[in-house]
Design a binder for this molecule. Structure first.
Ligand code: PLP
Length: 428
């Protein structure tokens, strides 16, 4: 028995892997990762084309971030979250400084789901209302509250769920019920429906509207022009908190520090994780505007995590933000996004099975169909009895490209450090 199978055997014996059906699971054993690549134990190299769940924006093996974590581990690996600490203060300052200008304070968590859990509670405490609106096709995390926000089948295990969590249908140009003349018209249509839902749910009961600034896993759904501002206006009109989940779309992924900047709209809260430390150590958080920050300066914030603002997470965040700036990665994401867009459009032209391509910065999706005219998805929603998507991913992996997919959609979101020739090579 070679070493790989020993590790795989032990792994399968003791680990419950997330989501995956345990029967038939055969995880690759990974031994090393560097830049935009990682290697398995057989020495095969893979292009990391989805940045490990759209997370490793700065790429693998960044020495600066690793050193910052090591230094913090030597100095003070842990102290409770109620104490002030150089690295804790600095991380919060750095995060606030790169966030939209109305964001004034941050509450650190360890993950994206936890960020959303705490944003739900903050919205309730701040407004004194209980209902949460969120979109179908959005993913907000796997913990109970975040799963209840989630508008796709990954929430089913948490159902019937929390009372007062209401779903709305957000814009999805490719599969909308109507062909709109332009983006503004699409926004107007969906905003009219949202307004009606708000009114019929009782606006005075609604604490927050959650949405992914750009829907990630469910297919890189980019809001049409006018949508973000329209949601902002509805929130202002009815005193509802506008919460943007930037766990996946934030940190340069779309060519802006935060995706919502693409529409020059300022939400009341932003939840984030992933790219804040790129997985070198977990760290997420909730950014809040000045009014919410002031409220919790005077009223107890009934939120707390033993590992909130973990010193090593904070050290990693400081170093990661420095890397984004020093390597100009936000701008690079924007520039490389143009190249990626060209490649994807060429791909769509060449292959009839590519129904749609969507891209913003280095955040993109290839939506596969059986037939371009009918737009019938390559695999039926929620089912892939013949394992077609698995086969496609398997073929890509044989060629050395590691992507992840959701339903009939392949997500292409490489580390922001990828170069033009590497991108062309990876997509050929
Ligand atoms: N929100 C969005 C938009 C996500 O994409 C994810 C994870 O993929 C989450 C929340 C949950 O984050 P985590 O897995 O860190 O809990």
């Amino acid at each position: 028995m070679n070493k790989t199978s020993v590790i795989q055997e032990m792994d399968l014996k003791y680990n419950l892997h997330s989501w995956s059906a345990q029967a038939g699971l055969n995880p690759h054993v990974i031994t090393k990762a560097e830049g935009i690549y990682f290697w398995n134990e057989e020495g095969e190299r893979f292009y990391d084309m989805s940045s490990q769940l759209v997370n490793m924006n700065i790429g693998h093996g960044n020495k600066k971030v690793i050193q910052a974590i090591k230094d913090q581990a030597d100095k003070l690996p842990f102290i409770g979250p109620a104490f002030a600490l150089d690295v804790r203060a600095e991380a919060a300052k750095k995060v606030v400084e790169v966030a939209p200008a109305n964001m004034k304070k941050v509450f650190f968590t360890n993950s994206g789901a936890e960020a959303n859990e705490n944003a739900i509670k903050m919205a309730r405490m701040y407004t004194g209302r209980y209902k949460m609106f969120s979109a179908y096709r959005a993913y907000h995390g796997a913990t109970y509250g975040a799963a209840n926000l989630t508008g796709e089948p990954r929430r089913f295990a948490s159902e019937p769920g929390i009372a007062g969590f209401v779903k709305f249908v957000g814009p999805y140009a490719y599969r909308g019920p109507i062909e709109f003349k332009n983006e503004e018209e699409a926004s107007k249509y969906y905003l009219t429906l949202l307004r009606e839902q708000i009114e019929y749910e009782g606006s005075e009961t609604i604490a927050a509207i959650f949405q992914e600034s750009v829907v990630g896993t469910n297919g890189i759904l980019i809001p049409p022009k006018g949508w973000m501002q329209g949601v902002r206006d509805l929130c202002d009109e009815f005193g509802i908190m506008m919460v943007c989940d930037e766990v996946m779309a934030g940190w340069g992924r779309t060519g802006e520090w935060f995706a919502v900047n693409n529409w020059n709209v300022q939400p009341d809260m932003i939840t984030f994780a992933k790219g804040s430390t790129c997985g070198y150590i977990p760290l997420g958080g909730v950014l809040v505007n000045g009014k919410i920050a002031d409220h919790f300066n005077k009223n107890t914030l009934i939120c707390g995590l033993t590992y909130s603002a973990h010193p090593m997470g904070c050290a990693a965040a400081c170093a990661t933000i420095d890397v984004y700036k020093e390597e100009n990665l936000i701008q690079k994401s924007k520039e490389m996004g143009v190249v990626l867009g060209e490649i994807l459009e060429e791909m769509k032209e060449k292959h009839a099975s590519v129904g749609d391509v969507r891209y913003i910065g280095l955040f993109s999706a290839i939506e596969l169909v059986k037939d371009r005219n009918s737009k019938e998805p390559l695999v039926p929603y929620g089912k892939d009895p013949d394992g077609i998507m698995k086969k496609i991913l398997g073929m890509l992996r044989e060629k050395g490209f590691w992507n992840y997919s959701h339903e009939n959609i392949i997500i292409v979101a490489p580390p922001l450090i990828i170069k033009k020739d590497e991108l062309r090579d990876a997509m050929k």
